[in-house]
Design a protein around this ligand. Structure first.
Ligand code: PMP
Length: 358
């Protein structure tokens, strides 16, 4: 009806059609206000309703306990790479587990502010996630840092590190894709432009007792304590992105919650991985035990064949399948909003492509 394609982009990425239709319906006149959400004051009664409802629905969706704060912060996930050490450093030491490009960047940023110990580096291939017995934590670390899902390499933690320090996880590319226990973490954060909406906003979920008061030498927008005291409104928040996040939270609830989505996500990923495992035509990048449910990465025999694959897929209505520029190959990002039919169509295309090119 809208002549849309299946968009396999890693982020920003495809939104559910129902959410786009809701935005469209509200765009010129939100609930009789005579204006769109984009035009509303962030302090207005109507906007505060949207803002508070978004938080309440997120609490339901992720089962966020009352002793965790929910913050909406501009600057994307990358800003948190600096905000985390600035807020959490006391001994000025932290343990980082580097499993891909974004944990590497986060470790590099934190090292500007204190001692970063990379206690495990999955490089150079970044095709796996370490097991708990491969990890040795430092007693005086202020926190332990992981990236839950490696968007570029297509690996994902299936068993989180067991440590007695606050565990901080970047869940930018797998938030709300499978059930987690928020209590396992001191802080969870995500740029929301993959699984929870549009660019311009990071969702930060943080245990209250870890926010331990005002810090003199931190830029005010980076200070979690300040963000909490001002309910994420030290300055104008990204109002529209928060509204879309709220719609995404409602959409997840309408689908039966994260548990239901997890089942669908497992089925979607299995369709692709089963085909990859059939023979050597498609070569999966991630080790089997570390495979991501969200970003499926694989190679073909050579770059020419990969380019042909991407071109023909595009002609068949499936876009953005080229792997990240740093690693190449193919990457199919199949976040919550990618319907089963999109993955089925990709799998059918891959089977045909294999027949025609082997
Ligand atoms: N972490 C992960 C896991 C990501 O995939 C990305 C973006 N692709 C980032 C961090 C950086 O996010 P942002 O662009 O919102 O700063």
């Amino acid at each position: 009806m809208y002549d849309r394609i299946y968009n396999f982009a890693a982020g920003p990425s495809q939104l559910p059609l129902e959410v786009l239709e809701e935005i469209h319906k509200d765009l010129f006149n939100y609930k009789g206000t005579g204006m769109s959400v984009m035009e509303m004051s962030h302090r207005s009664k109507m906007y505060l309703e949207i803002f508070n409802e978004t938080k309440e629905n997120l609490r339901k969706v992720m089962d966020i306990p009352e002793d965790y704060e929910i913050l909406f912060i501009q600057g994307g996930a990358t800003e948190q790479f600096a905000a985390i050490p600035l807020n959490f450093f006391k001994n000025n030491k932290a343990d980082y587990i580097v499993t891909g490009a974004f944990s590497k960047k986060a470790a590099k940023e934190a090292a500007k502010f204190g001692e970063v110990n990379v206690i495990y580096d999955a490089g150079p291939d970044y095709d796996h996630i370490p097991t708990n017995d491969q990890l040795k934590f430092n007693d005086d670390a202020d926190y332990v840092y992981i990236c839950a899902n490696n968007t570029i390499y297509g690996t994902e933690w299936h068993e989180y590190p067991k440590c007695d320090k606050p565990l901080i996880a970047d869940m930018s590319s797998d938030i709300c894709s499978h059930v987690i226990n928020v209590r396992d973490f001191g802080m969870i954060y995500a740029g929301v432009q993959k699984n929870l909406g549009i660019a311009g906003l990071a969702l930060v979920i943080i245990r209250k007792d870890l926010i331990d008061g005002h810090k003199e030498n931190i830029p005010q927008l980076f200070e979690y304590d300040n963000q909490v005291k001002n309910d994420s409104m030290i300055n104008t928040p990204p109002t529209f992105a928060i509204y879309v996040l709220g719609l995404m939270a409602k959409w997840i609830l309408s689908k039966g919650g994260v548990k239901e989505l997890e089942e669908v996500n497992k089925k979607k990923a299995k369709l692709l991985y089963d085909l990859i495992d059939e023979d050597d035509f498609y070569k999966g990048h991630a080790r089997k035990d570390s495979r991501s449910l969200m970003n499926v990465t694989f190679n073909l025999a050579n770059e020419e064949l990969e380019a042909k694959f991407v071109k023909e897929a595009k002609a068949a209505g499936m876009e953005n399948l080229k792997g990240h520029r740093s690693v190449g190959g193919i990457r199919a990002s199949i976040y919550n909003a990618m319907p089963m039919e999109g993955v089925e169509k990709l799998v059918a295309f891959m089977k045909e492509f294999k027949e025609n090119n082997k």
